[in-house]
Design a protein around this ligand. Structure first.
Ligand SMILES: C[S@@+](CC[C@H](N)C(=O)[O-])C[C@H]1O[C@@H](n2cnc3c(N)ncnc32)[C@H](O)[C@@H]1O
Length: 235
């Protein structure tokens, strides 16, 4: 039981954004795992890693953590994945599980980490660069200055009320999982008197089809889309 599970943040897309710590941890582990929702799904995190570290000679393991609405399906898939993961640890191999962006920002990895620790194994977390931090730097804007406030709102489940509230009270707002909600975000900005020019969309950073620019109504945005709204900032 002395093997260790490492949760390794790999940054938002550009392989140059893996930290030295992340690269060294991946090099030191003989098995690399990546979580998916469905068998055979592409792992963006694994693709990023391939651009930064040679995985020759390492075991690569897909672990399916289903998001099926049926609880029993989700639990059964989680058990299979955790049994497999712990089986690898039992065989004496350290495992790096690779995660997009920073592991502490909306990553399902932390549920896995808790479950593995509950089974008595040691885990360690390697921090990384979150998408919105990289996005702000690429857009050439600060996330917050001086005494300004800052918040992050995920739009995947309808969070319109929370965004509405933030647009009345916060200086800087990052909207994640924004892809299907761009019209809603634009509507809420306008109904709160916040000009659309205060928003910068950062989409597919470090990936094909990168877009950094204003909200364009009617445009399609992919899953990897974040919006930075600088409601009251000087810059
Ligand atoms: C499940 S969250 C993962 C966040 C990730 N852990 C992080 O630190 O950025 C997925 C959301 O992160 C944002 N995101 C992740 N990678 C991105 C990228 N390369 N460009 C723009 N937004 C990205 C998008 O808002 C996307 O919907």
């Amino acid at each position: 039981m002395s093997s260790i599970l490492y949760g390794v943040s790999v940054g938002p897309g550009d392989p140059g954004l893996l930290t030295v710590n992340a690269v060294e941890t991946i090099r030191s582990c003989s098995t690399i795992c990546y979580p998916v929702r469905k068998a055979g799904e592409k792992s963006t995190a694994l693709e990023i890693v391939r651009g930064a570290v040679s995985l020759d000679g390492k075991g690569i393991e897909e672990l399916v953590f289903s998001m099926d609405p049926d609880d029993s399906v989700r639990r059964a898939s989680e058990k299979v994945a955790l049994d497999r993961l712990c089986g690898i640890l039992d065989s004496g191999k350290d495992v790096a599980m690779v995660v997009l962006g920073d592991i502490g920002v909306y990553s399902t990895y932390m549920y896995i980490d808790e479950a593995v620790r509950q089974r008595g194994y040691e885990t360690r977390i390697i921090a990384g660069i979150p998408s919105f931090v990289y996005g702000a730097s690429k857009a050439g804007i600060p996330l917050m200055l001086g005494n300004e406030s800052f918040c992050v709102i995920p739009m995947a489940k309808d969070s319109s009320d929370r965004l509405d509230e933030a647009l009345k009270t916060m200086d800087n707002i990052v909207v994640m999982k924004a892809f299907k909600s761009m019209e809603k975000i634009a509507d809420l900005m306008e109904s709160n008197g916040v000009p659309l020019e205060k928003a910068t969309v950062i989409s597919n950073l470090g990936m094909g089809g990168e877009y950094i620019g204003p909200i364009v109504r009617g445009r399609d945005y992919g899953y990897f889309t974040t919006v930075i709204i600088k409601r009251c900032s000087r810059i």
